[in-house]
Design a protein around this ligand. Sequence first.
Ligand code: SAH
Ligand code: DHB
Ligand code: MG
Length: 231
Amino acid sequence: MEKTPPQESWIAVEKYIAGHVVPPDSALDAAREANASAGLPAIDVSACEGKFLHLLARLAGARRILEIGTLGGYSAIWLARALPPGGRLITLELEPKHAEVAKANLDRAGVAHLVEIRVGRALDLLDELDREDAAPFDFFFIDADKSNGPRYLSWAVRHARPGSVIVVDNVVRDGYIVDAGNTDPDIKGTRQVFGMLAAEPRLTATALQTVGSKGYDGFAIALVTGDAGVK
Ligand code: SAH
Ligand code: DHB
Ligand code: MG
């Protein structure tokens, strides 16, 4: 499948939307700049996407949020700002350098007291959370290595309550997702995620394709229900 190039109009519309509903924010700008200076890849969510995650977390009334894949903490700032007083965001990151940059960014944004960054392989850290009995979480943002997406989703379902929301990033990847023969472990992982969204009776889900400064991609969104409800 041809890679779709980011189109000028996508970016212009994203700027237009952000210009209206995502006010300029020095902490978020500083986080992006710090990430760039530290050589982190510029793969954090866009401003409009960050606001979208923030709104979803507020709509869900989330008090406890789990993020898998911190990078420089850009999405974590948006999620932390959705928390009520006494709320908590735990965010998992493999790379100590990313976590260090994220810590400084969260400090600067004034939300560090709400956020715990844990460093290591997410699967190990999830085991650790299991042992601590840290669940349930009200909101999950799955945004780390896509090949492990099915394992992260499965953990989230097991550590959710009815009403919890699970968001998975990067589920379209320029449309490669519909290529059944694709052998890329990330694409295979994401295709398995869709299989689980279809098969898991406790989830009702959809996915939205997105375009903008991040190119052509998408989010999956699932609601954890107490029973087998509307699929
Ligand atoms: N959520 C961030 C972007 C995350 S990018 C934002 O929007 O601002 C993905 C991150 O996942 C990277 O920082 C990468 O180091 C981390 N990652 C990759 N594999 C991982 C693993 N096995 N465990 C934990 N983190 C991992
Ligand atoms: C890319 C984007 C992401 O949001 C991510 O989590 C990983 C990679 C990318 O554009 O390569
Ligand atoms: Mg992502």
